[in-house]
Every structure is written in structure tokens, then in C-alpha cells.
Design a protein around this ligand. Structure first.
Ligand SMILES: NC(=O)C1=CN([C@@H]2O[C@H](COP(=O)(O)OP(=O)(O)OC[C@H]3O[C@@H](n4cnc5c(N)ncnc54)[C@H](OP(=O)(O)O)[C@@H]3O)[C@@H](O)[C@H]2O)C=CC1
Ligand SMILES: CC(C)CCC[C@@H](C)[C@H]1CC=C2C3=C(CC[C@@]21C)[C@@]1(C)CC[C@H](O)C(C)(C)[C@@H]1CC3
Length: 611
């Protein structure tokens, strides 16, 4: 049966620019009944796929704009407003416009500069902070009505095309502005009910794919741990003997894991460290986050040191490793079920764009709610940064003690020391820069479901530690040359990773920062620019490259006898290649032709020489 769609190929309609409330004239090129998306082309040649809710007919658009213009005329300063009855709807309308004021302030001050039509800034920027605006190359456009746009266009461009494209390549860095002060954007932000979220593009092979992943991942990790722990760690030594049930479950271990989670949760709630605002959500609100991960890490380290002093034997974690894993797996599963159930009561605008397909299994895996919270306790932010990451360092430490015990060493082997130090550096770095996680797609876009819960609570601490676990029973001698090579590799990898991430974060926070003025950028129609020089001009994901170099430096200390210690590296490359493809899609949608231009200027994705 052909699917119903409002607009036909060839029709000219108004299309919303993704991520904004701005509408432009577009021509419909086609409609995909499967994804329910229209392919449209903007006047500058940018082709995008838009949802039905992002399109509106020209006639309706003109009507709405006309109404909005006549309303703004009737509200001229000298002329009193027509008296209105105090119906609840009107009251809520006024209060919603007050909310808009607050929201606009928040958007303005947010960590990242988003596509914010000029009309908003001008209405509210009496105390604006200009240094936070993306000033260089900003193409700010607030077209509203077709006629108005045409006039402005004639004035500014001499006809032809709308200003979706950047106006200047480099030059003075100031884009030509089309300013039309109307209420239309404000109105669309305040009075439009949130569009119901419906995930059309299914990832990971859809329902079947995620179902298989949910079955296979936990058992694959169990197999990995069994292999890593046995003398012959080669893949050929499969099938393994299934372990006895006692070695898979222990209530004491389960209690320890619960205590660990509670301890970390308590530390995260201690009112130490700054409170920052996250990225604006689709409903315009922002959430507050307390940034105290590094303090929590210091306190945890002190607690572990005190426990060691009291002769607590942390090699217990090594001897009960499988039981720790199954406890973490059970807790992750229970938390995912809780998250799925509670998402039934979540407001529409609190749902994640990627986890609301309507298919139970898919949504359970991807996560329906974007930022599930219990009061101010943000479950996703907590799980991403705390118990798993710090658990990883603690497990590594227990492996170091176990190695000394098992191999009768007076001090840990150089290979074990390197793995411990390198990974400790990475975790400490992540916690030090905890705030930066707030701009990442995991927090901004992904729902919190089984994938991330399992990933954070079970996958990270039990697979990222596999090199240290392997070294306990597979000693590997390292020459001084090798040690030097590995330290250099880690150093260069860390430098690239940190520099690229910090540069991007600093640029997004304040693109006018004089310290970043040396960077070359490509402006985009959304007002944001893309860095095209330095590391970001070398490959499109220098931060991934640095991360992968470090991943290699973590695996090489284990030697070349088995593939198992390279699990992390293989996972990382797979994840980052997939992430790159996802990001590529999102950026193409966000930035259109400017993204294509960036890709032309920087053809390599992650690895230099590989497209
Ligand atoms: N070890 C692990 O398990 C994992 C580690 N990581 C690490 O986390 C770090 C962050 O990764 P991730 O969140 O994927 O995101 P990225 O840092 O790759 O961010 C991608 C976003 O950056 C912006 N961007 C892309 N190109 C440019 C450019 N040229 N100039 C300015 N902005 C640009 C775009 O967003 P916008 O324009 O909207 O700002 C884009 O959507 C990486 O170092 C990665 O290695 C990530 C996943 C797993
Ligand atoms: C179950 C799966 C197959 C995959 C699960 C993936 C997750 C474990 C990872 C996806 C992205 C992550 C990041 C971090 C931890 C691992 C997960 C959640 C990160 C928070 C660790 C600390 C770093 O400094 C970081 C760069 C902030 C990481 C961001 C991505």
C-alpha cells in the first residue's frame, strides 16, 4: 500500500533547517515511504532529508507569518494592546513567553553556540556576553516570509540564492547578515507542542541486530574473560569448559559491587566542585551537573590506600573476577529494565531521538529517555564517568597485586606497570575533563538503555582491563627499547587526543578566543564553523587517531603470542569507525554544503592516507 504523504515531488514548500527554527523555501525531490523522510533541495543546492513535521506548505507559512506580522504591528509601543480575557490558554501563552526569555538567556550562555536566530539575541541581549558568540564567519539568518526574504536577498546578494551557504571564505570573518525582526521563530519555539519523537533510522541492524547483540555481548565477554584467565589463551582453545556455577556467582561479591556503586553515587552527590549547565535540550531547558569526578577519584584513591594500609587484599578481585562480572551484568540488566519502565512516564521532550522507534527490543537497547534523573542525580552522567572508569583502575591495581603473588615478584613487571600507568592517565584525564562529556553525543543524543548501562557498568571495567588480566598469567618481558617505544607512542597518542579534544571544546565554547585566532575555519549556515587547520586539518577525527594510538600502546606490552589482549584495540577501532560514520551523517545533515567542503579539504577520516 503506498504510504500517505502531504507533499509531492517538484512541489515548493517551506522546510525547517535542521537544529533550528528557521524555515527556507525548498523543493521536494522525493519521499521515502520506509523512512518517512522527504528529500528536499534548498536554494543553495544543499540536499537534506526532512521529516514531515519539518515541512509546511507555502500558503500556511504565509498565513502564519502574516498573522505574526499584523500582531507585531498592533503591539507598537504607543498603542495599547487589545484587552484580552484571562483564559488559561492566554495565561500560559504569556508565561510561556516568559519561559522563552529565560530560555533564550540560557541558550545564549550555554557551553556551545547553537543555531540561534538573531531575533532572539537582539530581543534579550541587553546584558549579553559577546565573547561567547560564534562571531567569526557567522552567517546569521532569520528569514521568515518569502517576500521578505526575496527583498533582503535582492539587497544583499543581488538575487539568485538564499543565504544558506557561508558568505565569505575567509576575508574579514564577518558574514553578511540578513536581519528581519519578527515573531515567527519565537512563536514556533513557544507555542508549538513538542513533535512526537519517532526514530526512523534504526542502527545496529535494527531489532534483530540489537537482539543478537544483547544475547551475544554478555556471553562474548564471559568467553573473553575465560580465555584471558586460562594458560592457553589462544582462540583455538575454544570450546572452553563451562565454569562451575559457584565460580560465576557469589553473594558477597554482589554486595561489594553494590557497595561500590553506592559509594561512588554518594561521592557524586557531595556538594564539592562547580555546577555547570549542559547543552540546551530540545525543549529549550538545560540541566545542571555537578562536576566533581576528579575529587571523587582522589577520595577513592585515598580510601583504597587506607584499605591497603589496613592489609585489605585487593587481589581478591582477580580471584573472583568472573563473579564480579556476573554481578555487574545483573545490576546493569536490572538498571536497564528500571530505565525502560520509568521512560513510560517521561515527557515527550525528554525522550532521546535515537531510542524511540516503537519497537520494544530496539528501544530497550538504545534507551528511550535521554537524561533519566532521580531528583538532581543524573543516572547516565554518573554511570558514564564514575563506577566503571574508577572500577577499571581498581581492577588493574588488583591485577598488579595478583601478578606479583602469582609470579612471586617483588615488584610488578614493566609490562604490567606500563599498562597500569597508561590507563590510569587516560581515566584521570577523562575525570579531569569531565565537563567536556556534556557536549558529546552520548549525553546529547543517545538514550540511556541497555547498551550504555551495560557498556558503562560491565563492558568498560571488565574488557578494558583485559590486558592487565592477561599479564597476570602470561608474563611478557620488555626490553628498554620497547619500553621507550611504548612510552613515546602513548605520549604522542595522548598529545593528539588531548590537544584535538581541547581545541574543539575551546573553539565551540568561545570561537572568538584570541588564543585560537590562528585556526583556519569554514563557516556553516548554522552559525558554527568547522576547524580546517592544525590537527583538524590533518584528518577529520584526530582525537580518534590519538585514542587508537594509545589503545595500541596498551596492548603491545602483552606481546604477540595471542590476539586476546588486542581485544580493546579491535573494539576501539570498530567503535570509532562506526561512530565516525554516524557523526558523518549527522554533520552532513547539520552543515550541508559546508560539511562537503570540509570533507574535500580534509579527505582522510581517521587515519592519514585512508579515505
Ligand atoms: N575509548 C572509548 O571507548 C571511546 C573513546 N571516545 C573518545 O572520546 C572523544 C570524543 O569523541 P566523540 O564524542 O565521538 O566526538 P568527536 O570529538 O569526534 O566529535 C564530533 C563532533 O565534533 C564536531 N566537529 C567535527 N569536526 C569538527 C571540526 N573540524 N571543527 C569543529 N568541530 C567539529 C561536530 O559537532 P558540532 O559541530 O555540533 O560541535 C561533530 O559532531 C574522542 O577522543 C574519542 O576517541 C569515544 C568513544 C569511545
Ligand atoms: C556495549 C557496547 C558494545 C559499546 C559500549 C560503548 C561504551 C562503553 C562507550 C561508548 C563511548 C564511551 C565513552 C567513554 C566510556 C566508554 C563509552 C561509554 C568515556 C566516557 C570514557 C572517558 C573518556 O575520557 C571519554 C573520552 C570522556 C569517553 C567518552 C566516550
Amino acid at each position: 500500500m503506498p504510504s500517505y504523504h502531504r507533499f509531492q515531488s517538484g512541489e515548493t514548500v517551506m522546510g525547517r533547517w535542521p537544529g533550528s527554527s528557521l524555515y527556507y523555501e525548498v523543493q521536494v525531490l522525493g519521499y521515502d515511504g520506509k523512512t518517512h523522510l522527504y528529500t528536499v533541495i534548498y536554494k543553495d543546492g544543499t540536499e537534506l532529508e526532512l521529516k514531515d513535521s519539518d515541512l509546511t506548505s507555502l500558503a500556511l507559512f504565509r498565513q502564519t507569518s502574516g498573522r505574526s506580522r499584523s500582531r507585531s504591528r498592533s503591539r507598537s509601543p504607543g498603542r495599547p494592546r487589545r484587552s484580552r480575557s484571562r483564559s488559561p490558554a492566554r495565561t500560559s501563552r504569556r508565561s510561556s513567553s516568559r519561559t522563552t526569555e529565560v530560555r533564550k538567556e540560557r541558550i545564549k550562555d550555554s557551553l556551545e553556540i547553537r543555531l540561534t536566530p538573531l531575533v532572539m539575541r537582539h530581543e534579550n541581549n541587553s546584558n549579553s556576553k559577546p565573547e561567547k558568540k560564534e562571531e567569526n564567519n557567522t552567517a546569521k539568518i532569520t528569514p521568515t516570509v518569502v517576500e521578505e526574504k526575496k527583498e533582503a536577498e535582492a539587497e544583499n546578494q543581488g538575487g539568485g540564492r538564499y543565504n544558506l551557504r557561508r558568505r565569505k571564505d575567509q576575508g574579514d570573518g564577518k558574514a553578511v547578515e540578513l536581519e528581519k525582526k519578527t515573531e515567527i521563530e519565537t512563536e514556533s519555539l513557544t507555542t508549538k507542542p513538542p513533535a512526537p519523537i519517532k526514530t526512523a533510522d534504526l542502527e545496529f541492524g535494527g531489532r534483530v541486530g540489537v537482539f543478537l547483540l544483547m544475547l551475544l555481548l554478555p556471553s562474548a565477554i564471559l568467553a573473553l574473560l575465560l580465555l584471558c584467565g586460562q594458560k592457553d589463551a589462544s582462540l583455538q582453545s575454544f570450546p572452553l569448559e563451562l565454569p562451575a556455577s559457584e565460580s560465576l556467582w557469589d553473594w558477597e561479591v554482589f554486595g561489594i559491587v553494590l557497595l561500590w556503586l553506592l559509594f561512588q553515587a554518594a561521592l557524586s552527590l557531595i556538594p564539592v566542585g562547580k555546577v555547570v549547565e549542559g547543552m540546551p535540550l530540545s525543549n529549550g531547558k538545560t540541566l545542571k551537573y555537578r562536576i566533581n569526578g576528579f575529587y571523587a577519584f582522589v577520595v577513592t584513591t585515598a580510601a583504597v590506600a587506607a584499605a591497603v594500609h589496613q592489609e585489605v587484599d585487593f587481589s581478591y578481585i582477580h580471584t573472583h573476577f568472573l563473579q564480579f562480572y556476573t554481578s555487574a551484568l545483573l545490576i546493569a540488566t536490572v538498571v536497564s529494565i528500571y530505565l525502560f519502565i520509568r521512560s513510560r512516564w517521561a515527557a515527550k521532550d525528554e525522550l532521546a531521538p535515537g531510542g524511540n522507534s516503537g519497537y520494544f527490543i530496539y528501544d530497550f537497547f538504545m534507551g528511550r529517555e535521554l537524561n533519566p534523573r532521580i531528583k538532581s542525580f543524573d543516572i547516565k552522567f554518573f554511570c558514564e564517568m564514575r563506577p566503571g572508569l574508577m572500577g577499571w583502575v581498581l581492577i588493574n591495581f588488583s591485577m598488579l597485586l595478583a601478578e606479583m603473588k602469582q609470579q612471586n615478584l617483588e615488584s610488578p613487571s614493566p609490562a604490567m606497570l606500563l599498562v597500569n600507568i597508561f590507563q590510569l592517565l587516560w581515566v584521570a584525564d577523562g575525570l579531569w575533563h569531565e565537563e567536556k562529556l556534556l557536549t558529546m553525543m552520548d549525553i546529547v543524543y543517545d538514550g540511556f538503555g541497555f547498551m550504555l548501562t551495560f557498556g558503562d557498568l560491565a563492558f568498560v571495567p571488565f574488557t578494558f582491563t583485559c590486558q592487565a588480566y592477561y599479564l597476570v598469567s602470561h608474563p611478557n618481558e620488555l626490553s628498554v627499547f620497547w619500553i621507550g617505544t611504548l612510552v613515546t607512542m602513548q605520549g604522542i597518542g595522548y598529545y593528539i587526543f588531548r590537544k584535538a579534544n581541547s581545541q574543539k571544546f575551546a573553539f565551540r565554547k568561545n570561537p572568538s578566543d584570541p588564543a585560537l585566532s590562528y585556526l583556519k575555519t569554514i563557516p556553516t549556515a548554522t552559525g558554527k564553523s568547522l576547524i580546517v587547520s592544525g590537527l583538524w586539518g590533518f584528518v577529520r577525527h584526530p582525537n580518534y587517531l590519538g585514542d587508537i594510538m594509545m589503545g595500541l600502546a596498551w596492548s603491545l606490552p602483552c606481546g604477540f603470542n595471542h590476539l586476546i589482549p588486542y581485544f580493546y584495540l579491535i573494539y576501539l577501532i570498530t567503535l570509532l569507525v562506526h561512530r565516525n560514520a554516524r557523526d558523518q551523517r549527522q554533520c552532513r545533515n547539520k552543515y550541508g554544503s559546508a560539511w562537503e567542503e570540509y570533507c574535500k579539504a580534509v579527505p582522510y577520516r581517521i587515519f592519514p592516507g585512508i579515505y
